[in-house]
Design a protein around this ligand. Sequence first.
Ligand code: ATP
Length: 234
Amino acid sequence: MSLLEMKQVQAYYGGIHALKGIDLSVEEGEIVSLIGSNGAGKSTTLKAICGQVKTKGTILFAGKEIQAQPPHATALNGIAHVPEGRRIFPKLTVKENLEMGAFSVRDKKMIRERIERAFAYFPRLKERYHQQGGTMSGGEQQMLAIARAMMMKPRILLLDEPSMGLAPVMVDQIFEIIEELNREGTTILLVEQNAYQALQIASRGYVIQTGEIIMQDSARALLHSELVKEAYLA
Ligand code: ATP
C-alpha cells in the first residue's frame, strides 16, 4: 500500500480546469519530485492533497480516503504542507513560530524536545531564537517554514518550491536538509521548478503539464530523458 495515492484527481478554479485527472503515488520513505513549468498545476496538486481546493477523484493516505476532509484534518492525519512563499508569522519570533507548528501537542516537554530537534537540523535558527521571523533572510525563513512543519512530526512533508528566490548556496543547503529529513524517516513530495536539483535527490519523479501527468519514471531516467532535458533542464 502506498502512503499517498491520488487517483484521477481533478480540480477546477471556476472555469479553469487546473487538474485533469492526476494519478500519483508516494511510497513510505521516498522522496518524489513533481516538476513542471509555471501554472502547470504543481501547487494545486499539493492543495488538493490538503483539502484546500475542491476535487473530484480519490485521494488515499495510508489507505484511508481523505479527499473530502477539511484542511485542518490534514495536519492531524500526519500531512504537513509548506506552501510556496514560506508563509511564516513575520511578527512572531522563531521560537513562537515553532510553537505554532506544534499547535496540536499539549505536552510542553514534548514541544521543547521537538524544538531542540529542529535546532539540530537548523542550527542557524537556534542563533535566531528570539528574532522576529519576518526580519530574517529568505533562506532562513524557508528553514523556519520547514522546521515549523516538522514540529508535528508528519508522516509526509509536502514542499512547494522550497528553493524559489534563494541564493544558490542557500538552495544547496535547503536540498541537503530535505535529504537529511528523509534519511531520518520523513516521506517527501517535492514540487519544484528547479528540476535538476529536485530530481537529484528524488527516487522517482512526475512531470506535470497543463494539469496532466505527461511522464513518470525513476528520477535517474527523467534526468536523462530528452524531453525533460529540453523542457526543464535547459
Ligand atoms: P506556479 O509555480 O506558477 O505556482 P503551478 O504549477 O504551481 O505553477 P498552479 O498554481 O497549481 O500551478 O496553477 C494551475 C492553474 O490554475 C494555472 O492555470 C493557474 O493560473 C490556475 N490557478 C491557480 N490558483 C488559482 C486561483 N486561486 N484562482 C484561479 N485560478 C487559479
